[in-house]
Design a binder for this molecule. Sequence first.
Ligand code: GLU
Length: 451
Amino acid sequence: MAAAVRMDEKIEPIFQEVIQRNPGEVEFHQAVREVLESLGPVLVKHPEYTHHKIIERICEPERQIIFRVPWQDDKGNVQINRGFRVEFNSALGPYKGGLRFHPSVYLGIIKFLGFEQIFKNSLTGMPIGGGKGGSDFDPKGKSDSEIMRFCQSFMTELYRHLGEYTDVPAGDIGVGGREIGYMFGQYKRITNRYESGVLTGKGLSYGGSLVRTEATGYGATFFVNEMLKVRGQSFEGKTCVVSGSGNVAIYTIEKIHQLGGKVVACSDSNGVIYHEAGIDLELVQRLKEVERRRIKDYATYHKDAKFIEGGNIWEIPCQVAMPSATQNEINGRDAKLLVKNGCIAIGEGANMPTTPEGVKVFLDAGIAYGPGKAANAGGVATSALEMQQNASRDAWTFEFTEKKLEDIMVNIHQLCYETSEEYGVPGNYVAGSNIAGFIKVADAMVALGLI
Ligand code: GLU
């Protein structure tokens, strides 16, 4: 298996230009570099992409919106946040991608996420372009009314840029069913339109889809299952570690348990829970989804579980690791530790959770490494299934929708694997996902002319 190669000499100047035009946006540079490093051999097979300057065009968002979000807290104080929506690429369909509410959000984060989203959405095979948005608003510790007032103010500006055929946001970190509900309510009120397909991740009582909540975690686990199958392995009896304890982590743990694996650790930004007997998922769900508490409280209910304050979850030996918290949570040192401790598969539920040094370690070690844009595409794919149900005013069963999700993940895996073989790096899912995701968008951009 070949590791990531150095950037092609025709592509290097394009990348330098991206850095110059987007100063200081380090996460965006990282995401662009990772894709561009895979594309050298593609230009050899497809000279038309060079002629049409597809790479240069794909690195420049079609539209970027930045706006003020004023709101009032419970004490009556005026608060100001910044809102973003980057409409990156609409060659395959309306802009599609989540909203992230987190204090770390700035333009560079939204652009890295939006850029990744283009290729991820392309891999799903669904008619969706790429976009992302969010705010530096911190939902932690806010009351329900504060969350509602913030969401209403955010949507009061954003609504004019949205539409079921234009731009369809969903959730991401800090944005779940509650926030989507408040934003949908405000969109409906301002536009006087019950336009179900304008947001996904909606509640089941007003146009949401079954399986959307579970989709990212389930999908990532299905993807890892496929990577394991290629190696004649399965989840049965495997010790697994899943970072995070939010929506993605919870449903990753659930599906791993259903497939016979055992998750022994999860985490939040304060520390790690290690429970050798296996994580009690119902308890995690109650603490995080219902009571909105911190993961350290888990240890007060299970005396044999350990909370490691500020701990590093990647020090815990496992055979399968599924980073499901946030970007750059596995560095080169963590990756070496994982490999040394016997890890054979990584499935990224989060977006870009591994640093470039970490990715190199995994590829050099020849372990099964499923990058986020392939492994976590099940979330947005199920959003596209939600749009499909909304467009036909239909609602599918859980079983039917989950089967569709599983088929999509099996297809994404196959496409990435076959592309890696075609380009002479079999089993390199980084190259496979970047190349396969890129080619579909590039072909559509050529076909649509200079837009
Ligand atoms: N935020 C998710 C992602 O990173 C889902 C986006 C969506 O459903 O539109 O893909």
